[in-house]
Write a protein of this length. Structure first.
Length: 269
């Protein structure tokens, strides 16, 4: 498997590692999730996507159909348990099983800690932590009955680093990393692997909004700090490629790890 890391936009899978496997991607209609949807489908997977945006989901379906891929989409607000269960029921009705989960759905709030509201706390915890917990719980139950599987959860450079104006986001991403570690420890005897992919700043709507809002609060990431920490912005395909590897049989003895996609930022301390 070879990727041209000097031209991230041209990252494309070159094998059929997921041929015949059912892959569920949450938040798979945009950004890193959409890049992963495209890559898993190109690797032969039967991809299903749960995403809160109906419009993004329909655009994704059209794009994938034009490329010859059969991707199933179900709109779901994953902060709500009822919609999680309904969405996964729809996926199981369509595909019959889930072999791989890329639990990616999430968002961010950039704001001084002392100005955070209770409503904002509830919202971000629900979207980032509650959704990851209950989606994974449901899928783990299914995988235990189905002979195992592979799970990748999206963490962040913020899973272990604190950022000014992102206290609540950091808390949620620390939680998703620990969720990944805990599942790996508890369910390995059932043939279930769970790992986390932890990107730095990524060139998606989410990542660019984050940089813009930090710049607006005086952080100046766009002009200086980004170059000093990860040299350049990460492409969404680079994160998707990391998730693809962790989910694949090539990573069959990798369990409970956090793979940082940050060009060495986390290693610099």
């Amino acid at each position: 498997m070879t990727y041209n890391i000097k031209s991230a936009a041209n990252l494309t899978p070159n094998s059929q590692r997921f041929l015949g496997k059912s892959v569920l991607i949450t938040g798979g209609a945009g950004g890193m999730g959409l890049a992963a949807t495209r890559m898993f489908a190109a690797e032969g997977a039967e991809v299903s996507v749960l995403d809160v945006s109906h419009d993004a989901g329909q655009a994704m379906i059209q794009d994938m159909s034009e490329k010859g891929y059969d991707v199933f989409f179900e709109q779901a607000d994953l902060s709500k348990s009822k919609e999680i269960n309904a969405g996964i029921d729809a996926v199981l009705s369509k595909r019959g099983r889930i072999d791989t989960l890329f639990n990616h759905a999430g968002t961010i709030i950039v704001k001084p800690f002392h100005e955070m509201t209770e409503e904002e706390y509830d919202f971000l915890m629900d979207v980032n932590v509650r959704s990851a917990f209950f989606v994974t719980k449901r899928v783990v139950n299914h995988m235990m009955e189905n002979g195992g599987g592979s799970i990748v959860i999206t963490g962040s450079i913020a899973s272990e680093k604190a950022f000014v104006y992102e206290s609540l986001y950091c808390i949620t991403k620390c939680a998703t990393l620990m969720l990944s570690n805990s599942i790996a420890a508890e369910y390995r005897e059932y043939g279930i692997r769970c790992n986390a992919v932890c990107p730095g700043f990524v060139k998606t709507a989410h990542g660019l909004r984050e940089i813009n809002e930090l710049d607006g609060l005086g952080q100046e990431w766009e002009d200086g700090d980004l170059a000093a920490t990860q040299v350049r912005i990460c492409e969404p395909e680079e994160v998707a490629a990391a998730a693809l590897f962790l989910a694949s049989d090539e990573a069959s003895f990798i369990n409970g790890t956090a793979l940082y996609v940050d060009n060495g930022w986390n290693s610099r301390g």
